[in-house]
Ligand binder design. Structure first.
Ligand code: SF4
Ligand code: SF4
Length: 139
């Protein structure tokens, strides 16, 4: 049985487990290919949380280095209503090789599980102007 139902069309919450995100950009590119977007069009991108000196530079000094990533959805994201109507997850969620993304009943179950494990749950601040209904979980 699918974990997305017609009731999730346009309003399914996407849960991002930041502990699992490796910054691979597969989600963003799957959206681009699946939705036939133009070369310069993105509905989501992946932000590197590092030193600010480039996407491949960690923050800190050796050996205490740190690098993490935050997928960010833009207002252009439609949450793939055609996919959800067909019982399929959005391209971005479906394609994540690290299983960092979930939607629908899977997202609800995982959110409860992560809260029990002490994860911090938050959304991006309104001034970011990102898509509504994206919830992040991090340790
Ligand atoms: S959410 Fe998944 S697909 Fe997207 S950058 Fe992170 S690990 Fe890669
Ligand atoms: S939900 Fe659909 S439109 Fe939105 S970023 Fe994911 S694949 Fe793209």
């Amino acid at each position: 049985m699918s974990n997305v139902t017609p009731e999730h069309i346009g309003k399914g919450t996407i849960l991002v487990n930041l502990q699992r995100c490796t910054g691979c950009w597969t989600c963003s590119l799957a959206c681009k290919v699946g939705n036939c977007l133009a070369d310069d069009e993105y509905r989501m991108t992946v932000r590197t949380e590092g030193s600010g000196e480039g996407i491949d530079r960690p923050v800190g000094t050796w050996p205490d280095l740190h690098m993490s990533w935050t997928p960010v959805w833009s207002q252009n994201c439609t949450k793939c209503p055609e996919r959800i109507a067909a019982g399929e997850e959005p391209y971005c969620v479906h394609s994540c090789p690290s299983k960092a993304l979930s939607i629908g009943e899977k997202a609800e179950e995982e959110l409860d599980h992560l809260k029990e494990k002490g994860f911090r749950v938050f959304t991006l601040p309104a001034w970011e102007g990102s898509k509504d209904g994206i919830v992040y979980a991090s340790k």
